[in-house]
Design a protein around this ligand. Structure first.
Ligand code: SAM
Length: 213
């Protein structure tokens, strides 16, 4: 019988994520299910499950597995949540979110990436994902507010429209800082306040747009 090498490489990726401190069983199970090699260009497929970011075209990258796991874990996505993702890229992280949430809305500014992601999401059979080509720094007010918001590109400061579209009880995770180095930031909106927590150092591609770079 032919061995499912994708399955084998996913198992090894999950072991490595656990070793790096990822504990959320739902996040690990979602990443175990999504075939990451589908989201990586042909020549790089053999590296799809290794612990680094990879180019996906248009000078953009698919984030390394640890960063996908860490940001998703911090977001604490519930099964009834409506999630906004800024920066669809390959659609890999979108697919992980689609397994965890009720609805996922994802914005990508580069048309060729958005189109590729739409094809892959269709191929995966998800019917709870909507992707649009748009400057995500404006958010998506027509379908908001959201329980969870994830930004997968580095912002100079948190775009105000995104904070405005975060529900009470909501959580927003984004990288914020310089063009080449940022800190992961978590915002939690309570009935009384907006709580900001700083996390680890990261290096994302820049968030380009009206409320970004
Ligand atoms: N999460 C993606 C994946 O799984 O492949 C990788 C995202 S990549 C690190 C960041 C993405 O954010 C890029 O595709 C980039 O084009 C996109 N981006 C940057 N600024 C944006 C903006 N203002 N609105 C929407 N997308 C943006």
């Amino acid at each position: 019988m032919k061995r499912d090498s994708g399955r084998y490489r996913r198992d090894s990726m999950i072991r490595s994520l656990k070793g790096k401190g990822i504990r959320d069983a739902r996040v690990l199970a979602a990443m175990q299910r999504i075939p990451r090699h589908i989201f990586v260009p042909g020549t790089l497929k053999s590296q799809a499950y290794s612990e680094h970011a990879l180019p996906i075209g248009a000078e953009q990258t698919i984030s390394q597995p640890y960063i996908v796991a860490r940001t998703t874990e911090w977001l604490q996505v519930g099964s009834q949540d409506s999630v906004l993702e800024i920066g669809t890229g390959s659609g890999y992280h979108t697919s992980v979110l689609a397994l965890l949430a009720r609805r996922v809305f994802s914005l990508e500014r580069i048309p060729e990436l958005a189109r590729g992601a739409i094809d892959r999401i269709r191929e995966m059979g998800f019917d709870n994902v909507k992707i649009q080509i748009f400057d995500g720094t404006f958010g998506w007010s027509d379908v908001g507010p959201f329980d969870r918001i994830l930004v997968t590109a580095g912002a100079p400061k948190t775009p105000k429209p995104l904070l405005d579209q975060l529900k009470v009880g909501g959580r927003l995770v984004l990288p914020e800082g310089d063009r080449d180095r940022q800190k992961l930031i978590l915002y939690e909106r309570t009935p009384e306040a907006l709580i900001r927590t700083e996390g680890e150092s990261v290096a994302f591609v820049p968030l380009i747009g009206r409320h970004g770079w």
